[in-house]
Design a protein around this ligand. Structure first.
Ligand code: NAD
Length: 302
């Protein structure tokens, strides 16, 4: 087989964003509810600044309220915790996201712990990780939610499929494993200590790479016809000395073997922000005790 179908994450994210905007318009009209997202950025990491700007832009485009807090790089942990306490108490703020990484004087675990789990739209709080693990309603991390929707673009049903996830982080690999279990996949999580990783990868009908190693996954690691979801975002230098983004999958090789594949950029990345909007609407509805608008019924996790 040659020439995999390219799964267009940008187009899918735009569709999700449209549904969010429609849902928000109805919430404003019928319930006088404008979902609000607060994003806190500490320091001036250039990549984080771009992410925060995009999140704010998408939030307002969807008709929601966006609150941005830019704190200096030398902000103390106590000052950040106080900011989170105020946001937890604010009735206009339904979702709180603290952009990672944080400067080294701040312990990220303590910060995530301080966010009200019902406003934790990143889904990183231990309460939300636990809810996902036992199947209770909660907030689910955005990137894994996006990965599942992308995989469903290629496969009507994921039921019974062999899914292999390379990477076991708390923000991608582990929650994605839970979501794919919920889809009735047979799930394997592979990682840096996995023996014969190429052989494990070749078992996959759905292969997800969430590692952070440029082009680790080669064409001959892929089962013919498999659906490949590439979460990796790696900045590498081209021969001309320019920077470019590549995924964890060697795209040119992989697309000759796979049935469908997400590109980098333009695959998982845009879906992450789209799912953040969905999570914010979900959080707002739960806080007000109203049903999730029907537009978002098939999109929301947990
Ligand atoms: P992480 O560093 O927390 O985890 C990486 C995982 O990969 C670890 O579990 C490790 O065991 C595994 N690993 C490392 N080297 C390996 C190897 N040689 N073989 C097999 N497994 C190996 O990373 P993360 O936060 O999960 O992110 C992974 C990648 O996804 C990064 O490139 C990150 O930039 C990207 N990412 C993208 C988005 C998005 O929106 N598209 C969101 C989050 C992360």
């Amino acid at each position: 087989m040659s020439g995999a179908r390219i799964i267009d994450g940008k187009a899918l994210a735009a569709q999700v964003q449209e549904k969010v905007a429609a849902a928000v318009a109805r919430l404003r009209l019928e319930h006088d509810l404008a979902p609000g997202l607060a994003v806190v950025l500490v320091g001036d990491d250039p990549a984080s600044r771009v992410y925060v700007r995009n999140k704010g832009k998408r939030t307002t485009e969807a008709g929601m309220k966006s609150f941005e807090y830019r704190l200096p790089a030398d902000t103390s942990e106590a000052a950040l915790l106080e900011r989170i306490r105020l946001l937890n108490e604010s009735p206009d703020v339904h979702g709180i996201l603290v952009q990672l990484p944080l400067p080294k004087q701040i312990n990220p675990a303590r910060v995530i712990d301080a966010i009200d789990p019902d406003k934790d739209v990143d889904g990183f709080h231990v309460i939300n990780a636990g809810r996902l693990a036992v199947g209770q309603p909660g907030l689910v991390p955005c990137t894994p939610l996006g990965c599942v929707l992308l995989a469903k673009q290629a496969r009507e049903s994921l039921e019974g499929l062999e899914a292999v996830i390379i990477g076991r982080s708390n923000i991608v690999g582990k929650p994605l494993a839970q979501l794919l279990l919920k889809e009735n996949c047979t799930v394997t999580i592979a990682h840096s200590r996995t023996r014969d990783l190429p052989a494990v990868a070749r078992r996959a009908d759905v292969l997800v790479a969430a590692v952070g190693r440029p082009e680790l996954v080669r064409g001959d690691w892929i089962k013919p016809g498999a659906t490949v979801i590439d979460v990796g975002i790696n900045r590498v230098e081209t021969e001309g000395g320019k920077a470019k983004l590549v995924g964890d999958v060697a795209f040119e090789e992989a697309k000759e073997v796979a049935g469908a594949i997400t590109p980098v950029p333009g695959g998982v990345g845009p879906m992450t922000i789209a799912m953040l909007l969905v999570n914010t609407v979900q959080a707002a509805c739960r806080q007000r005790g109203i049903d999730l608008p029907r537009e978002l019924a098939d999109l929301a996790g947990g």
